[in-house]
Design a protein around this ligand. Structure first.
Ligand SMILES: C[S@@+](CC[C@H](N)C(=O)[O-])C[C@H]1O[C@@H](n2cnc3c(N)ncnc32)[C@H](O)[C@@H]1O
Length: 404
């Protein structure tokens, strides 16, 4: 695959965050990087008085990057994992309290008579972990759960969630969690303590202790419970229309930290944005009219052989959902302020769905004037793909709007 490289190329990926203190606490495959947020903060002229909204906050990149610049930011996400990890990165930690608890954890895991912990009845857990590892995971999880101190909970559960994939017979692969039966699983205690030490060193060296009032909370971007005109900017990245289902990719972490049954997981899956075929929740989209560009593409797609009969309803549902998101963004943004969305175009069959262009059309009807589209990457322009699909490549871009 040939891709065009420019300064935004890596910034729409989590590449930079992998090595940055605190950002690296939990690797979220679908993140963008700190420097993209800093670029936008400078570009939008935001200062310490500003408040930023990220309605799809994921692992909290926008919130932490804003905090490091002394700017408050509010994050919303439907996934409890995302909200937890985001908040974990925003705490002002007390190192001595953590060190004291590390000793306790060491003793707990070294105790040969540790009792068998309660494990939720979720089949995936038994499929993806060795029984001894699963038992150790829940010994730690239950120990964390009994802690009264919120900061300590954030710290230790984040460490546990962050090593989950490493100790599972699993590999995250784009939109999938693959089973890998021949994987060499590292020693649980060793890898957990190595993560804890890395996190501790990050706090010692770079925890930005300031008084920004940043936080993440559970919510749905289609219905933002904030008063009108409360934000000075929106910096976000909604799920791409690529069928990635976050409740499948992050199912192990969700099952360890937040959900008690298969039913809970399904319920959450149905509630997510309609960017994958299993999302079901429909909100009334009063005033929505399918954009002309989308109608044309749907007509083309109806003539194609698609991998799944739910793809066309999913595409329609996605834009209806994004209409609601943009409507909420317009409502909560102050007039004259900016919104930046990282958006990926997609291809189904031979047809390109120019997601960013369609969203620009929808946003304009709602009161957002398109400022510019910064193209970060182009996909599908290899000679083979060009001969198959023509010269139009799918772009991954940062779309910037101004509220009228
Ligand atoms: C592309 S990720 C955001 C990544 C983030 N920018 C970062 O740097 O980590 C999209 C997020 O949208 C969330 N999401 C999906 N449906 C949602 C909804 N209806 N409301 C709010 N968040 C939702 C997913 O859980 C996921 O965390």
């Amino acid at each position: 695959m040939i891709e065009e490289k420019n300064k935004f190329h890596f910034l729409v990926t989590p590449y930079q965050n992998r090595t940055l203190p605190i950002y690296r606490w939990y690797h979220f495959n679908h993140s963008f990087s700190r420097d993209l947020v800093w670029y936008l903060i400078d570009n939008f002229n935001l200062g310490c008085e500003s408040v930023i909204l990220d309605p799809f906050c994921g692992s909290g990149t926008t919130l932490l990057a804003a905090k490091e610049r002394g700017i408050s930011a509010i994050g919303i996400d439907i996934l409890p994992l995302s909200v937890f990890i985001s908040n974990a990165k925003l705490q002002n930690y007390n190192i001595d309290k953590i060190k004291y608890k590390i000793e306790e954890l060491d003793k707990l895991l070294s105790n040969p008579d540790k009792t068998n912990p309660l494990i939720p009845e979720i089949k995936m857990l038994h499929k993806f972990f060795d029984p001894d590892v699963l038992s150790d995971i829940f010994v730690v999880k239950n120990w964390v759960q009994e802690m009264g101190d919120k900061e300590l909970k954030y710290f230790f559960l984040t460490a546990l969630l962050s090593i989950t994939e490493k100790v599972a017979f699993a590999r995250k692969d784009g939109g999938f969690l693959r089973i890998v039966t021949d994987k060499k699983i590292p020693d649980f205690k060793e890898i957990l303590f190595s993560k804890i030490n890395e996190m501790l060193s990050d706090i010692e060296h770079s925890n930005p202790q300031n008084n920004t009032k940043s936080r993440a909370q559970i919510g749905d971007a289609r219905e933002i419970h904030f008063p009108g005109e409360s934000f000075d900017a929106v910096i976000t990245s909604p799920p791409y229309l690529n069928r990635h289902d976050y409740t499948r990719v992050y199912i192990l972490e969700l099952a360890i930290g937040f959900l008690r049954s298969e039913r809970d997981i399904k319920r959450l899956r149905y509630k997510t944005l309609r960017s994958h075929v299993e999302a079901k929740e429909v909100f009334a989209a009063e005033g929505y009219e399918e954009p002309f560009k989308l109608k044309e593409i749907i007509e083309k797609l109806e003539e194609e052989t698609l991998p799944n009969k739910h793809v066309i309803p999913m595409i329609r549902g996605y834009f209806e959902d994004m209409y609601l998101v943009l409507k909420e963004v317009v409502r909560v943004l102050k007039p004259g302020c900016f919104a930046a969305f990282v958006i990926g175009d997609v291809r189904y069959g031979g047809s390109l769905v120019p997601v960013s262009d369609i969203l620009i059309e929808i946003a304009d009807s709602l009161g957002l004037t398109h400022q510019e589209t910064l193209v970060a990457r182009l996909r599908g322009n290899s000679p083979q793909q060009m001969s198959k699909f023509g010269k139009i490549s799918a772009k991954e871009s940062i779309v910037i709007w101004k509220k009228r």
